[in-house]
Design a protein around this ligand. Structure first.
Ligand SMILES: CC(=O)SCCNC(=O)CCNC(=O)[C@H](O)C(C)(C)COP(=O)(O)OP(=O)(O)OC[C@H]1O[C@@H](n2cnc3c(N)ncnc32)[C@H](O)[C@@H]1OP(=O)(O)O
Ligand SMILES: CC(C)C(=O)C(=O)O
Length: 515
């Protein structure tokens, strides 16, 4: 499939004249900024497991943690570096000697050192003036380089810093020997155009590779990262599932797929592993994924609407801009209130039923009606539900052959009444009315029917199974009846257990009595 940059007129026109790179480096910070998600705390074992998976996924850099923060954090980073992975292993450090020393002690490939540069952070947080910050930044970079370690330097809150001062900071760290610079949008206040502009401005004055780190406070982290790439950034900081401080960071899976499928820019990511890694992160961090999460969410490739399902069944691209297999997902056709006949026919084929062969047009229409009825009650319909409905409908004796018909049933139950059922049946057109009591409403209803039919047909077995979960689940009743030398087993499904039971018994009686 061609990237949209080569295939979509609007995108082609809008990107005209822009020089885009062939490859972008993915700097994964799931284990550092991702772990800063409030409430998330990973054990060293969990961090190692995640690092191994990130390495297999193909990220270029794993920011394994902030080693000064705790003994466990330092131990985890040391264990990760000892595994000699392909990915570059990085640790975070303030521009403070003790932070850097602990990071050095972890044997990392890279130290990501940072100091805030914005007026707000200078005045209220660091209580340092511009010159002090320049000096601290240079000292830290030189100290790390003296130890022969790669340095990535971040000007924290870069996007709220005066542009001229920000460029000055990056220039002095370049002179001090930094290997690359990172531009953090620490509180996510950028828009894509502004990010593109800022990166272009920095690039005019600094020749180091440029990285970006975008937060998602306005939901723009991915868009801003892409804006930065349009401006000339060569590396993007991401976290799996977009976890991180507050509203999180740029989601790795979204950045990677946008780069690949829209811009035609490669990363080292093995995209087919994305869903598996996303689920691992969700499991270990305890942060549940929203179902509509792009790329890796449960619904990212699910279709319920009749028009959409018909479209994708005819040609996947109509409603699937990304082939699901590329990210380790698969298409799901969900049945419910919005379902159309094409989707139901497709589901029936999967379950072994073909309209016009083993299911009639009439029965097919009844299946659609029953599925929509369940959908109207707000329920999701599973394959088991469909199977039960189809069996219920296809195995029913045809109208003309039916001898016994249920005209009415009413049940009464409660804590201060004896469960009672009143039933009106017609047998060969003649009307019969009776009431019976039982241990519960189902028992009373079946006893009422039996009292009309007589002893010649006996209920031998009764089983009930709730197919879907919940109090409004579809109940499947299976009964065995014996009489007139015949034995029949019948299934019936209904959201109401009394109706499912009565329908099964009446159907069984008809099968036994059928001429
Ligand atoms: C934008 C980001 O995501 S940055 C990373 C944020 N991550 C974390 O903070 C997680 C791990 N942090 C921790 O475990 C602790 O905060 C530590 C160990 C780093 C520091 O703990 P403490 O010394 O108790 O300080 P505390 O966290 O309360 O305050 C931060 C201190 O760092 C200072 N600081 C922040 N950045 C820098 C810097 N680049 N250079 C020097 N000092 C800095 C603050 O001004 C403050 O200093 P103060 O104690 O002199 O007022
Ligand atoms: C350390 C820096 C890059 C950071 O996490 C931020 O600014 O959000």
């Amino acid at each position: 499939m061609k990237p949209y940059r080569e295939d979509n007129e609007v995108i082609i026109e809008s990107l005209k004249g822009l020089k885009l790179p062939e490859r972008i480096r993915i700097f994964d910070t799931t284990l550092r900024d991702g772990e800063q998600t409030p409430g998330v705390s990973l054990t060293p074992e969990e961090k190692v497991e995640i690092a191994v998976n990130l390495n297999n996924l193909g990220v270029d850099v794993i920011e394994a943690g902030f080693p000064i923060s705790s003994r466990g954090e330092k131990e985890a980073i040391k264990r990760i570096t000892s595994l000699n992975m392909d990915a570059e292993i990085c640790a975070l450090a303030r521009t403070v000697k003790k932070d850097i020393d602990v990071a050095i002690d972890c044997d990392v490939d890279t130290i990501h050192t940072f100091i805030a540069t914005s007026p707000l952070h200078r005045k209220y947080k660091l209580k340092m003036n511009k010159d002090e910050i320049l000096r601290k930044a240079v000292e830290a970079v030189e100290y790390i380089k003296d130890h022969g370690i790669t340095v990535e330097f971040s000007a924290e809150d870069a996007t709220r810093t005066e542009i001229s001062y920000l460029i000055e900071v990056y220039k002095v760290v370049e002179e001090a020997g930094a290997d690359r610079i990172n531009v953090p949008d620490t509180v996510g206040v950028m828009i894509p155009k502004a990010m593109e502009y800022l990166i272009r401005r920095i690039k005019e004055e600094v020749s180091l590779p440029i990285s970006v780190h975008c937060h998602n406070d306005f939901g723009l982290a991915v868009a801003n990262s892409l804006g930065a790439v349009e401006g000339g950034a060569q590396q993007v900081h991401c976290t799996v599932n977009g976890i991180g401080e507050r509203a999180g960071n740029a989601a790795l899976e979204e950045v990677v797929l946008s780069l690949k499928m829209i811009y035609g820019i490669e990363t080292g990511i093995k995209t087919e592993k994305l869903t598996e890694v996303s689920q691992l992160i969700s499991k270990l961090t305890g942060i549940k994924l929203q179902v509509n999460k792009a790329i890796v969410g449960e619904n990212a490739f699910a279709h319920e609407s009749g028009i959409h399902a018909h479209g994708v069944l005819t040609h996947a691209l109509t409603y699937e801009p990304i082939p699901p297999e590329i990210v380790g997902q698969r298409r799901k056709i969900i049945l419910g209130k919005h379902t159309g006949s094409h989707a139901i026919e497709c589901k029936l084929r999967e379950l072994g039923f073909k309209v016009g062969e083993n299911i009639t047009e009439e029965q097919f229409k009844e299946v659609i009606r029953r599925i929509k009825d369940i959908g109207d009650k707000g329920k999701r319909i599973t394959d088991d539900d469909v199977m039960a409905i189809v069996e219920d409908i296809t195995k029913r004796t045809v109208k003309e052959e039916r001898i016994v018909n249920l005209e009415q049933i009413a049940v009464m139950t409660g804590n201060k009444v004896i469960p009672t059922a009143s039933v009106i049946l017609t047998i060969d057109g003649e009307k019969y009315i009776t009431s019976e009591v039982g241990v519960g409403p189902v028992d009373a209803a079946i006893k009422a029917i039996q009292s009309i039919i007589g002893e010649k047909i006996k209920l031998k077995e009764y089983h009930i199974n709730a197919i879907t979960g919940g109090t409004d689940a579809l109940a499947e009743v299976t009964i065995k009846l014996e009489g007139y030398g015949k034995e029949v087993t019948v299934k019936a499904a209904n959201e109401d257990i009394v109706r499912a039971s009565v329908e099964a018994v009446i159907e069984g009686i008809n099968r036994i009595m059928v001429k």
